[in-house]
Design a protein around this ligand. Sequence first.
Ligand code: FDA
Length: 491
Amino acid sequence: KEITDAPILIIGSGYGGAVSALRLCEAGKKVVMLEMGLNWEKSGIPFSNMLKPGKSAAWLKKKTIAPFMNIFSLTPFTGTLDRMDFEHINIWVGRGVGGGSLVNGGMAVTPKESYFREVFPDLDAKKFYSTYFPLVHKELKVNVIGEQFLKDCPYYKFTRVGEAEAHKAGFKTIRVPNVYDFQYMEKEYKNEVPRSAFNTEVIYGNNHGKNSLDKTYLKKALDTGNLEILDLHCVDNIKLNDDKTYTLNVQQTDTSGAVVADKVFNCKKLILAAGTMGTLKLLLKSNATNNFPIHEQIGKSWGNNGNFMTGRNWVKPLSGGTGAKQSTIPVGGIDNWEDKEHPFFTEIAPLPMGMDVATALYLLINRVDKKGEVSYDSINKKLSLNWDQSNTAKMKENADYFIKKMNRANGGTRSHFLFNNGFGADVCYHPLGGCVLGKATNEYGKLNNHDNLYVLDGSLIPGTIGVNPFVTITAIAEYCIENLIRQNEFA
Ligand code: FDA
């Protein structure tokens, strides 16, 4: 087996991994990053759009795995979108250099300060809102759509209809910032540049316009000359050595998923940034197979960030519905968070199907009243999740309230076209928690019971943050890595 020694290893190239890499590289450290997905930029393979799913559409699957309408066959390829299926919930994640930033909708939402304080009572919220969130907005290139463009552009009819209907039903709407470059979007509308958001590109990757991590944090980190990214390298398990260093068993694959090399990596310092589910799998599996020490809090306080999908059919069919042409980039949201009975936030989501299906799609984000727990099933060798309908009961009540209020004011029915009973309780885009900051780790993400292991990704957030999570994940990672470097953890 090929053996590589690296002083600092990072597993995963999503938000937590990318932030850690940049700040360590800037501090002059040599960093090796292992990513199981493909380096799409280097491969030169274009991303496919939603109407013509191809190589990038799914992680080693024979059929597409979007939340609905999976009518497309595929040749298995290490695509960008993966789905982990559990009995009561399906969890979508991004794979590839850039992690979830390759497949997500780019919605860059800062949590409400009051909720951030509630979720993280021990953090200095003032410092987050004055320093880390503004820093993250700058690094991620967060921007806002021009109101006049939004008003005029036929691709945003679904947003305009959604907002007008929400107002009629008595709800408050908000403009949602994004990392998609809206100046680029205005040019693509005029056909001055190739189309991406207006060409149904998003959950299988964007060829243009979107400032995913490979164009921001990772690019800056590579420019220092201190970062090496090894793609198609999947970490199978971790061992703790007597001298407190780590040994990783890694499989290098080709794009069909076949293993081309079994490798061993040794490191002094290890950063786990494999995303909530990836990090939990590595910790729990290594514990089950290698006696890897883990703290009792690992797997606890897991949540779906209150994700609950729902939709409405026959949305204003006579006035042309929600539009045949739809941008893939959401810019509108309904903010009902202050309602004591039914607190939720919802994205007015696009449904770019190439025809007007007069259907509105919503991804609700609720509080998570009842958290779940992740463990490892040693017999079937996979993660198991303690999560069922009781965890989403209140979310369903909120969705029902929302849909009924919208339909009463505007007409329409609950969408049986999109979901079996009109409710997608099992759709999760935002798995969070299981390795909570200050509980399973110290105050800066250093894992309890370890001297040289750090967790820096969505698993630090205790299952809920009230809005789409990547801005918060990035800010927490900035805060942790800044303090870890200051404490000479990587000296
Ligand atoms: P992230 O999941 O980004 O990265 C982890 C990386 O580690 C992946 O690249 C993975 O391949 C790699 N990895 C895992 N296991 C490994 C192993 N064993 N070996 C090597 N590599 C391994 N959020 C938001 O704020 N706004 C939005 O609009 C959306 N929209 C959205 C749409 C869709 C379809 C999805 C699936 C998700 C979103 N999200 C979102 C969620 C957001 O993308 C997500 O919360 C973050 O990407 C999580 O960041 P992390 O750093 O935790 O891990």
